[in-house]
Design a protein around this ligand. Structure first.
Ligand SMILES: Nc1ncnc2c1ncn2[C@@H]1O[C@H](COP(=O)(O)OP(=O)(O)O)[C@@H](O)[C@H]1O
Ligand SMILES: O=C(O)[C@H](O)[C@@H](O)[C@H](O)[C@H](O)COP(=O)(O)O
Length: 181
């Protein structure tokens, strides 16, 4: 079971299209917490590479993970609870992000399910053709990591409520249902 700190930082992780941005947005609204999109923190060259249909390498990802790690550390040190999205596909990437109070929320779904979602997502730099490489890179979190995993079959509001309930968090509304729809 994941340990929840007084002022946690949630890293919403999973392959492209698993619903990280969507669930993180709903959660941040319910909790009133700071939110950052890992996608927005990529160096420009990474975005251009993915846009052109090429998967990132470890070397491409390290600088990006460093920026995300700094954001997380800033919040941990300030004692400000927060949510950030990051695919965090490999254990060695999560090792860079891990800090006191960090909980990984892994959005887990089948390739078919997520592929359907990506097919209907428009206006994003990440092409659906890269999904295969995302699953190839994915190393699911293991027991020694502070994480929960969620099956991505519910609505975004239900998924956010599940995170709130399982981590014992407190929505600003005082009601996990409020603002969900
Ligand atoms: N729980 C959900 N149920 C149905 N569709 C969803 C859900 N979560 C996300 N989506 C849709 O799936 C697509 C991918 O979601 P997104 O949040 O962009 O994923 P990620 O940030 O992991 O790439 C989007 O079109 C989004 O609207
Ligand atoms: O590590 C990577 O290969 C990329 O960072 C990728 O995993 C990430 O997910 C992109 O930022 C795409 O954005 P979406 O996840 O929002 O599709």
């Amino acid at each position: 079971m994941a340990k929840t700190a007084q002022q946690p930082v949630l890293v919403i992780m999973g392959v492209s299209g698993s619903g990280k941005s969507t669930v993180a947005g709903v959660l941040a609204g319910k909790l009133g917490w700071d939110l950052a999109e890992g996608d927005d923190l990529h160096p420009e060259a990474n975005v251009a590479k993915m846009h052109s249909g090429q998967a990132l390498t470890d070397e491409d990802r390290w600088p990006w993970l460093g920026i995300i790690s700094d954001w997380i550390t800033g919040h941990v040190e300030a004692g400000v609870p927060a949510i950030i999205t990051c695919s965090a596909l490999k254990k060695k990437y999560r090792d860079v992000l891990r800090a006191e109070g960090v909980v990984f929320v892994f959005l887990q779904g089948s390739k078919d399910k997520i592929s359907d979602r990506l097919a209907s997502r428009h206006g994003h730099f990440m092409p659906p053709s890269l999904l295969e490489s995302q699953f190839d890179a994915l190393e699911e979190p293991t027991e020694d990591e502070n994480y929960i995993s969620l099956c991505v079959s519910a609505s975004p509001a239900e998924e956010a409520d599940e995170v709130i309930e399982r981590l014992g968090l407190h929505p600003v509304t005082g009601d996990a249902e409020a603002g969900a729809k």
